[in-house]
Design a protein around this ligand. Structure first.
Ligand SMILES: C[S@@+](CC[C@H](N)C(=O)[O-])C[C@H]1O[C@@H](n2cnc3c(N)ncnc32)[C@H](O)[C@@H]1O
Length: 238
Protein backbone atom coordinates (compact mmCIF):
# COMPACT_ATOMS: atom_id res chain seq x y z
CA UNK A 1 0.00 0.00 0.00
CA UNK A 2 1.26 3.30 -0.97
CA UNK A 3 1.60 6.00 1.68
CA UNK A 4 -0.05 9.23 0.71
CA UNK A 5 1.97 12.27 1.43
CA UNK A 6 0.00 15.39 2.19
CA UNK A 7 1.56 18.56 1.08
CA UNK A 8 0.15 21.71 2.66
CA UNK A 9 0.80 24.77 0.65
CA UNK A 10 0.51 27.93 2.72
CA UNK A 11 -1.28 30.61 0.77
CA UNK A 12 0.26 34.01 1.17
CA UNK A 13 -1.84 36.47 3.22
CA UNK A 14 -2.10 38.67 0.16
CA UNK A 15 -4.10 36.04 -1.72
CA UNK A 16 -6.60 35.63 1.17
CA UNK A 17 -7.03 39.40 1.54
CA UNK A 18 -6.57 40.89 -1.91
CA UNK A 19 -4.90 44.27 -2.00
CA UNK A 20 -8.13 45.96 -3.08
CA UNK A 21 -9.97 44.64 -0.03
CA UNK A 22 -7.17 45.73 2.31
CA UNK A 23 -7.18 49.21 0.81
CA UNK A 24 -10.96 49.43 1.10
CA UNK A 25 -10.81 48.39 4.78
CA UNK A 26 -8.07 50.94 5.50
CA UNK A 27 -10.09 53.67 3.76
CA UNK A 28 -13.17 52.70 5.78
CA UNK A 29 -11.25 52.84 9.08
CA UNK A 30 -9.66 56.16 8.11
CA UNK A 31 -12.95 57.75 7.06
CA UNK A 32 -14.72 56.46 10.22
CA UNK A 33 -12.10 58.00 12.50
CA UNK A 34 -12.07 61.17 10.38
CA UNK A 35 -15.85 61.46 10.69
CA UNK A 36 -15.59 60.70 14.42
CA UNK A 37 -13.03 63.48 14.86
CA UNK A 38 -15.26 65.81 12.87
CA UNK A 39 -18.26 64.96 15.05
CA UNK A 40 -16.25 65.60 18.22
CA UNK A 41 -15.03 68.91 16.80
CA UNK A 42 -18.53 69.97 15.77
CA UNK A 43 -19.90 69.05 19.20
CA UNK A 44 -17.14 70.99 20.98
CA UNK A 45 -17.81 74.01 18.76
CA UNK A 46 -21.54 73.84 19.51
CA UNK A 47 -21.00 73.68 23.30
CA UNK A 48 -18.24 76.30 23.32
CA UNK A 49 -20.52 78.75 21.52
CA UNK A 50 -22.91 78.40 24.46
CA UNK A 51 -20.12 78.51 27.04
CA UNK A 52 -17.68 81.01 25.51
CA UNK A 53 -14.35 80.16 27.19
CA UNK A 54 -13.05 83.76 27.25
CA UNK A 55 -16.28 85.05 28.84
CA UNK A 56 -16.32 82.23 31.40
CA UNK A 57 -12.64 82.70 32.31
CA UNK A 58 -13.17 86.46 32.73
CA UNK A 59 -16.15 85.80 35.01
CA UNK A 60 -14.15 83.49 37.27
CA UNK A 61 -11.11 85.75 37.37
CA UNK A 62 -8.66 83.34 35.74
CA UNK A 63 -5.35 85.07 35.11
CA UNK A 64 -1.87 84.28 33.79
CA UNK A 65 0.31 82.53 36.35
CA UNK A 66 -2.57 80.85 38.19
CA UNK A 67 -2.67 77.15 39.01
CA UNK A 68 -5.91 75.36 38.07
CA UNK A 69 -7.16 71.93 39.03
CA UNK A 70 -9.72 70.71 36.50
CA UNK A 71 -11.96 67.89 37.72
CA UNK A 72 -13.52 65.70 34.99
CA UNK A 73 -11.49 67.25 32.17
CA UNK A 74 -12.83 64.69 29.67
CA UNK A 75 -10.88 64.97 26.41
CA UNK A 76 -9.65 68.48 27.15
CA UNK A 77 -12.38 70.64 25.60
CA UNK A 78 -11.78 73.32 28.25
CA UNK A 79 -8.30 72.26 29.36
CA UNK A 80 -6.65 73.89 26.36
CA UNK A 81 -8.43 77.20 27.03
CA UNK A 82 -7.44 77.11 30.71
CA UNK A 83 -3.85 76.33 29.70
CA UNK A 84 -3.77 79.19 27.20
CA UNK A 85 -5.14 81.66 29.78
CA UNK A 86 -2.79 80.76 32.67
CA UNK A 87 0.15 80.69 30.24
CA UNK A 88 3.63 79.24 30.69
CA UNK A 89 3.96 80.71 34.19
CA UNK A 90 0.76 78.94 35.26
CA UNK A 91 -0.20 75.29 35.46
CA UNK A 92 -3.23 73.06 34.82
CA UNK A 93 -3.77 69.76 36.59
CA UNK A 94 -6.26 67.96 34.33
CA UNK A 95 -8.00 65.24 36.32
CA UNK A 96 -10.39 62.49 35.27
CA UNK A 97 -11.20 58.89 36.15
CA UNK A 98 -11.08 57.96 32.45
CA UNK A 99 -7.52 57.09 31.42
CA UNK A 100 -8.35 57.21 27.67
CA UNK A 101 -9.61 60.77 28.00
CA UNK A 102 -6.40 61.77 29.78
CA UNK A 103 -4.32 60.18 26.99
CA UNK A 104 -6.32 62.24 24.47
CA UNK A 105 -5.55 65.37 26.52
CA UNK A 106 -1.83 64.60 26.48
CA UNK A 107 -1.94 64.13 22.68
CA UNK A 108 -3.86 67.35 22.26
CA UNK A 109 -1.43 69.31 24.42
CA UNK A 110 1.56 67.86 22.57
CA UNK A 111 -0.04 68.82 19.25
CA UNK A 112 -0.99 72.33 20.44
CA UNK A 113 2.35 72.75 22.25
CA UNK A 114 1.01 73.28 25.78
CA UNK A 115 3.76 72.37 28.22
CA UNK A 116 1.82 73.54 31.30
CA UNK A 117 -0.73 70.72 31.53
CA UNK A 118 -0.30 67.68 33.75
CA UNK A 119 -2.86 64.87 33.72
CA UNK A 120 -3.93 63.10 36.92
CA UNK A 121 -5.88 59.86 37.00
CA UNK A 122 -8.04 60.36 40.07
CA UNK A 123 -10.30 58.28 42.29
CA UNK A 124 -14.09 58.65 42.23
CA UNK A 125 -13.92 60.45 45.57
CA UNK A 126 -10.60 62.30 45.19
CA UNK A 127 -8.95 64.12 42.27
CA UNK A 128 -5.53 63.59 43.91
CA UNK A 129 -4.39 67.17 43.38
CA UNK A 130 -1.24 68.16 45.28
CA UNK A 131 -1.76 69.80 48.66
CA UNK A 132 -2.13 73.60 49.00
CA UNK A 133 -1.28 73.96 45.32
CA UNK A 134 -4.23 75.33 43.36
CA UNK A 135 -5.75 78.81 43.03
CA UNK A 136 -8.92 77.55 41.40
CA UNK A 137 -10.69 74.22 40.87
CA UNK A 138 -12.74 74.06 37.69
CA UNK A 139 -15.55 71.63 36.90
CA UNK A 140 -17.54 72.00 33.71
CA UNK A 141 -20.26 69.46 32.95
CA UNK A 142 -18.67 67.06 35.41
CA UNK A 143 -20.22 67.88 38.81
CA UNK A 144 -23.49 66.11 37.96
CA UNK A 145 -21.47 63.00 37.05
CA UNK A 146 -19.81 62.75 40.46
CA UNK A 147 -20.90 59.64 42.32
CA UNK A 148 -19.69 61.09 45.65
CA UNK A 149 -19.87 64.89 45.34
CA UNK A 150 -19.53 65.58 49.08
CA UNK A 151 -16.48 63.35 49.44
CA UNK A 152 -15.02 64.88 46.28
CA UNK A 153 -15.39 68.42 47.66
CA UNK A 154 -13.92 67.34 51.00
CA UNK A 155 -10.93 65.85 49.14
CA UNK A 156 -10.51 69.03 47.09
CA UNK A 157 -10.31 71.30 50.17
CA UNK A 158 -6.70 70.45 51.19
CA UNK A 159 -5.46 71.15 47.63
CA UNK A 160 -6.67 74.77 47.77
CA UNK A 161 -4.38 77.68 48.49
CA UNK A 162 -5.83 80.19 51.00
CA UNK A 163 -8.73 82.06 49.37
CA UNK A 164 -8.92 79.68 46.38
CA UNK A 165 -12.26 79.04 44.70
CA UNK A 166 -14.09 76.05 43.26
CA UNK A 167 -16.02 76.76 40.06
CA UNK A 168 -18.89 74.53 38.96
CA UNK A 169 -20.67 74.94 35.62
CA UNK A 170 -23.64 72.68 34.97
CA UNK A 171 -26.98 72.79 33.12
CA UNK A 172 -29.88 74.59 34.73
CA UNK A 173 -33.23 72.75 34.87
CA UNK A 174 -35.25 75.85 33.96
CA UNK A 175 -33.03 76.93 31.04
CA UNK A 176 -32.90 73.47 29.46
CA UNK A 177 -36.23 71.80 30.19
CA UNK A 178 -36.80 68.30 28.90
CA UNK A 179 -33.31 66.99 29.53
CA UNK A 180 -32.71 64.13 31.90
CA UNK A 181 -32.96 65.17 35.55
CA UNK A 182 -29.55 63.62 36.24
CA UNK A 183 -27.94 66.07 33.78
CA UNK A 184 -28.76 69.10 35.93
CA UNK A 185 -27.25 70.65 39.00
CA UNK A 186 -29.94 72.78 40.64
CA UNK A 187 -28.78 75.41 43.13
CA UNK A 188 -30.42 73.61 46.08
CA UNK A 189 -28.43 70.43 45.36
CA UNK A 190 -25.04 72.11 45.19
CA UNK A 191 -25.87 74.32 48.18
CA UNK A 192 -26.71 71.24 50.25
CA UNK A 193 -23.69 69.19 49.14
CA UNK A 194 -21.25 72.09 49.36
CA UNK A 195 -22.56 72.84 52.88
CA UNK A 196 -22.05 69.21 53.93
CA UNK A 197 -18.45 69.39 52.69
CA UNK A 198 -17.66 72.67 54.47
CA UNK A 199 -18.09 74.98 51.44
CA UNK A 200 -20.53 77.77 50.65
CA UNK A 201 -21.70 79.38 47.43
CA UNK A 202 -20.18 82.88 47.32
CA UNK A 203 -21.48 83.77 43.85
CA UNK A 204 -23.83 82.42 41.22
CA UNK A 205 -23.70 83.65 37.61
CA UNK A 206 -26.66 83.10 35.30
CA UNK A 207 -25.36 84.72 32.08
CA UNK A 208 -24.88 81.43 30.18
CA UNK A 209 -27.87 80.38 28.06
CA UNK A 210 -28.04 76.75 29.25
CA UNK A 211 -25.97 76.62 32.39
CA UNK A 212 -25.35 78.22 35.75
CA UNK A 213 -21.95 78.99 37.14
CA UNK A 214 -21.35 78.58 40.86
CA UNK A 215 -18.33 79.85 42.76
CA UNK A 216 -17.66 78.09 46.05
CA UNK A 217 -15.23 78.79 48.84
CA UNK A 218 -14.40 76.98 52.05
CA UNK A 219 -16.82 78.26 54.67
CA UNK A 220 -15.31 80.72 57.10
CA UNK A 221 -15.63 79.49 60.63
CA UNK A 222 -16.27 82.48 62.86
CA UNK A 223 -15.08 86.01 62.06
CA UNK A 224 -11.99 85.81 64.24
CA UNK A 225 -10.83 82.56 62.72
CA UNK A 226 -11.58 80.61 65.89
CA UNK A 227 -13.19 77.54 64.36
CA UNK A 228 -16.17 76.20 66.23
CA UNK A 229 -15.73 78.46 69.28
CA UNK A 230 -18.80 79.92 70.94
CA UNK A 231 -19.00 83.21 72.87
CA UNK A 232 -18.79 82.80 76.66
CA UNK A 233 -22.13 82.18 78.35
CA UNK A 234 -23.49 85.21 80.11
CA UNK A 235 -25.40 83.34 82.77
CA UNK A 236 -23.49 82.95 86.02
CA UNK A 237 -22.94 79.47 87.39
CA UNK A 238 -24.85 78.64 90.49
C1 LIG B 1 -19.62 65.16 30.26
S1 LIG B 1 -17.93 64.88 30.55
C2 LIG B 1 -17.32 66.53 30.61
C3 LIG B 1 -15.93 66.63 30.13
C4 LIG B 1 -15.37 68.07 30.04
N1 LIG B 1 -15.36 68.73 31.31
C5 LIG B 1 -16.17 68.86 29.04
O1 LIG B 1 -16.99 69.70 29.45
O2 LIG B 1 -16.01 68.65 27.85
C6 LIG B 1 -17.86 64.39 32.26
C7 LIG B 1 -16.49 63.89 32.68
O3 LIG B 1 -16.49 63.69 34.09
C8 LIG B 1 -15.68 62.56 34.36
N2 LIG B 1 -15.96 62.08 35.71
C9 LIG B 1 -17.04 61.42 36.18
N3 LIG B 1 -16.88 61.14 37.49
C10 LIG B 1 -15.67 61.64 37.85
C11 LIG B 1 -14.93 61.67 39.07
N4 LIG B 1 -15.41 61.12 40.20
N5 LIG B 1 -13.73 62.26 39.08
C12 LIG B 1 -13.22 62.82 37.96
N6 LIG B 1 -13.88 62.82 36.77
C13 LIG B 1 -15.08 62.24 36.72
C14 LIG B 1 -16.03 61.61 33.25
O4 LIG B 1 -15.06 60.60 33.09
C15 LIG B 1 -16.10 62.56 32.06
O5 LIG B 1 -14.87 62.69 31.42
Amino acid sequence: MLNTIRVTVKRPVRSIFPTGLLLAAAALIFSASFLDAQTVEAREKWINERQPPAQVMDAIGLKPGMVVGEVGAGRGRYTIHLAARVGPSGHVYANDIDADGLAAIRDRCRKDKFGNVETILGRVDDPLFPKAAVDLVFMVYSYHHLAQPVDMLKAIAPSLKPGATVVVIDPDPVKTPGERQSEYTPREKIEREAGAAGFEIVRMEIFLPRDNLFILRVKERGGSGTAGERPPRLTARR
